[in-house]
Design a protein around this ligand. Sequence first.
Ligand code: FAD
Length: 387
Amino acid sequence: MSWALIPLTEEQRAIQQAARSFARAELAPHSVRWDRDASFDREVVGKLAALGFLGMMIPEEYDGQGLDTCTYLVALEEIAAVDASVAVLMSVHNSLPTQMILRWGSAEQKDRYLKGMARGELLGAFALSEPEAGSDAASLRAQATKDGDHYVLEGTKAWVSHGSMADVILCMARTDTPGERKGARGISTFILTPDMPGLHIGKKEDKMGLRGDPTVQLVLDGLRVPKANLLGEEGMGFVYAMQSLDNGRLGISAQAIGIARAALEHSVAYAAERKQFGKPIKEFQGVQFKLADMATRVTSSRALLYAAASAKDRGEPVTQFASMAKLQATETAMWVTTQAIQIFGGYGYVKEYPVERLFRDAKVTEIYEGTSEIQRIVIARELYARS
Ligand SMILES: Cc1cc2nc3c(=O)[nH]c(=O)nc-3n(C[C@H](O)[C@H](O)[C@H](O)COP(=O)(O)OP(=O)(O)OC[C@H]3O[C@@H](n4cnc5c(N)ncnc54)[C@H](O)[C@@H]3O)c2cc1C
């Protein structure tokens, strides 16, 4: 699919090629099995790390690649076009926990966690949601209570992407007291590691799609977290999480575009092969119109994403544009994968062909890191904030 609208640098082209080759060689042969069995080979994390793909936006002084957002998104789309589960792992790690420690972590936290995360030795996860707190994340209930040099955490975090494999989990919990609730300002962020007493892996979700990336609950059962593992200031955790989600939403946009692009490419190839009424179905205008609309939506989603990411790389505020990019890219992914199944006909509805998995993987992009409805709320709120 043409990238002609996005002027890539030589370095970006080389990274794109490396990501594409890696995805075809190391992910494509296993994706069907990971999806079928809801399994994942942990050594893939090491292979992503060897390419520098787990420290892309971390400065070189912390052992990262020191690349900009646009370059990271180029690589991420290539991974997502082959395996959306690996893409969400790469997106969460690069966009959320690493960026949070980079931005708000102490020198000691950067030394202790960020360097290992940049090298891909430590996999990062992000635990904001709870069973009763999704879109309304500020209503989360996990409670952190001070006890000497520690905080003691009680509660349940939900939907933690690769939470069962993670080495460093950025977890949001309340530090206000039941007697004096402070709303969003009563939430703090803690750096958790699996060796901390009282941290347990709970239920693993049996998902429709993204089955290669395990999604789990985390049970905080008297979890003792040293005070040194509080990120930044007490009471600022919700602000940190929301600001980080601007990054996250750009990553999910690239993931969605990768899924949509793959569905388009499979459809273009299939329409040239499949014959009905004595000719390839690509000869029918009804099919051509579908392909044209799919290509237009993928290209316009990517153009908006790179405009938003470029603004971020220039240091401009991107909350509204990140939400627009995510809304457009994820609804495009769902629409394009639906069209792809239609073009494949009955063969689109079975697991033998790839578009069925792409369709299932696309759906969650409209849900996590803020549903489409929440993106529309953010976009509309910014319209009034500026007027
Ligand atoms: C596979 C997967 C991976 C995930 N990974 C993570 C992760 O790593 N870390 C993490 O913290 N979370 C993660 N999540 C959680 C995800 O972010 C939430 O599922 C999402 O924010 C929606 O919350 P909810 O599921 O509780 O739905 P709800 O908030 O209950 O929403 C239900 C419906 O109501 C709508 N709705 C809610 N409020 C409004 C409103 N004000 N106006 C209009 N409509 C509204 C929603 O848009 C939705 O359609 C993941 C989820 C999934 C499915």
